[in-house]
Design a protein around this ligand. Structure first.
Ligand SMILES: [Zn+2]
Ligand SMILES: [Zn+2]
Length: 139
């Protein structure tokens, strides 16, 4: 992708732009996909046609790191934090393990509870910092 501030090509996961040092998603002067100059008010890139507005809207809807972390610690055994972040597959696996404790004298519940607890801590410490759509969690 390209920095939206200066148009420089950067790694998709980059937190800040190596060209201008700012958050590459915070700008609105260049297309993130092709690097062409874009009008700040443009909804789509005239060069390649990708949505420019969607990124900003998505940014505003970023999920809370604190909420996800606390959900993981408190309700992680049921995969609630995973559902919150949109990782439904893993969420269902954790939910199945959590409820599976009914048949395993709580052994799988304990495992999924520990799993959720660890992930909750990883979310709070920033080891997990993206939701299922690859969008960074907000602090
Ligand atoms: Zn830049
Ligand atoms: Zn473009």
């Amino acid at each position: 992708m390209h920095c939206r501030n200066c148009g420089k090509e950067i790694a998709g996961a980059a937190v800040f732009c190596v060209g201008c040092g700012s958050d590459p998603r915070s700008g609105n002067r260049f297309c993130w996909n092709c690097g062409a100059e874009s009008q700040p008010v443009a909804q789509v890139c005239v060069q390649c046609g990708v949505s420019l507005a969607g990124q900003r809207t998505a940014e505003a809807g970023a999920k809370s790191r604190l909420a996800a972390g606390l959900l993981g610690i408190l309700l992680g055994g049921l995969g609630i934090h995973r559902f919150y972040l949109g990782y439904n597959g893993i969420g269902i696996a954790q939910l199945a393990l959590g409820l599976g404790g009914i048949f395993t004298c709580g052994i799988t519940s304990l495992a999924s509870w520990l799993w959720g607890l660890i992930e909750g801590i990883m979310i709070l410490t920033g080891s997990i910092d993206k939701d299922a759509q690859g969008q960074r969690l907000r602090d």
